[in-house]
Design a protein around this ligand. Structure first.
Ligand SMILES: Cc1cc2nc3c(=O)[nH]c(=O)nc-3n(C[C@H](O)[C@H](O)[C@H](O)COP(=O)(O)OP(=O)(O)OC[C@H]3O[C@@H](n4cnc5c(N)ncnc54)[C@H](O)[C@@H]3O)c2cc1C
Length: 276
């Protein structure tokens, strides 16, 4: 394996243009190093971006947060801006791995890995984040909801770098949450996770968007129009949410059975929504 340490964004895009499908971007390395160790990655040309300071920031614009891909989970968890304008992302970042993983792992790497269990992804989905991609031939924007095509698969091309994530700020009347069920409190990849963004007017849902992790080959996003326009007592909310079990297609693995994951999908959404 050949590792090249890029010092600027232009060096990264030039590198990707030269090596295309043979190349790989390295950010914090928490996923990449494990995959190389387990023989799951063979790409020979690696571009280490970790030292590029210009890719690590959280900035406020008029109606959004702009986040650099090298922003770590720790940065997100500590950011007042993220807590204020994108609270589910802060909650998701806090729940990632251990302090060591949160200090090293990045939001760009979480998106790039495209795991159905990636914790920032349900949060980014309900918030409607845009992913800005850069190559030596130009720039394009993909909404996160259109980004994932399968486990570990995205629409990001081999010569493209995630260079910014743009998150519309929550506005007045909107509430949101991220919640995760893991086997242990630390270092736990999620058994199931859920995020939601709702708009409430005098206690009535006027818009309900939800996202679920570890419940299908990709993180799922759905608008629940059947919950909109009514004030639902808890018993009715629980009853209505049962349909989620038919919308998901989880696997059974060492962490949980598919049936348990389906039940947890309902339970996580119910617990989050009933308290809003
Ligand atoms: C012990 C342990 C516990 C963990 N716990 C959790 C957890 O609880 N929740 C969770 O979500 N994850 C967890 N992870 C996974 C991992 O830490 C996260 O996915 C992390 O966000 C990856 O970021 P990274 O910077 O280390 O990515 P890297 O490993 O450097 O890269 C990951 C992928 O993203 C691509 N990539 C990185 N940056 C870019 C970019 N700018 N443009 C395009 N592609 C890019 C890389 O090419 C690679 O394919 C855990 C990992 C370990 C080892």
């Amino acid at each position: 394996m050949n590792i090249y340490s890029a010092k600027s964004i232009a060096e990264v895009t030039n590198f990707l243009q030269s090596y295309g499908g043979e190349s790989l971007i390295l950010a914090g390395g928490t996923d990449v190093v494990m995959k190389y160790k387990n023989g799951l990655l063979k790409k020979r040309e690696v571009c280490n971006t970790y030292g590029i300071r210009d890719l690590r920031y959280i900035k406020e614009t008029a109606d959004s947060l702009a986040i650099g891909p090298l922003t770590t989970h720790h940065d997100l968890a500590e950011s007042k801006l993220v807590h204020k304008y994108a609270p589910p992302l802060a909650q998701a970042a806090v729940s990632v791995g251990s302090p060591q993983i949160r200090n090293r792992g990045t939001i760009g790497g979480n998106i790039g890995t495209a795991s159905p269990a990636g914790d920032t992804l349900p949060a980014l989905m309900v918030l409607g984040a845009d992913i800005k991609l850069l190559s030596s031939t130009g720039e394009r924007t993909v909404n996160i909801r259109d980004c994932f095509t399968g486990p570990g698969k995205t629409v990001i091309k081999p010569d493209e770098l995630i260079f910014e994530i743009n998150i519309p700020k929550l506005v007045e009347g909107e509430q949101s949450f991220f919640t995760k069920l893991g086997a242990r409190s630390a270092l736990a990849i999620s058994i199931a996770s859920a995020a939601a963004k709702v708009r409430l007017e005098r206690g009535v849902f006027t818009s309900v968007e939800v996202s679920l992790g570890s419940l299908a080959p990709t993180v799922l996003y759905q608008r629940l129009t059947m919950l909109e326009g009514e004030r639902l007592p808890n018993k009715e909310l629980w009853h209505r949410l049962q349909f989620i079990k038919d919308q998901v297609s989880p696997i059974s693995d060492v962490r949980a059975s598919a049936e348990y994951r389906k039940q947890m999908a309902v339970a996580l959404l119910f617990e989050g929504l009933k308290d809003l």
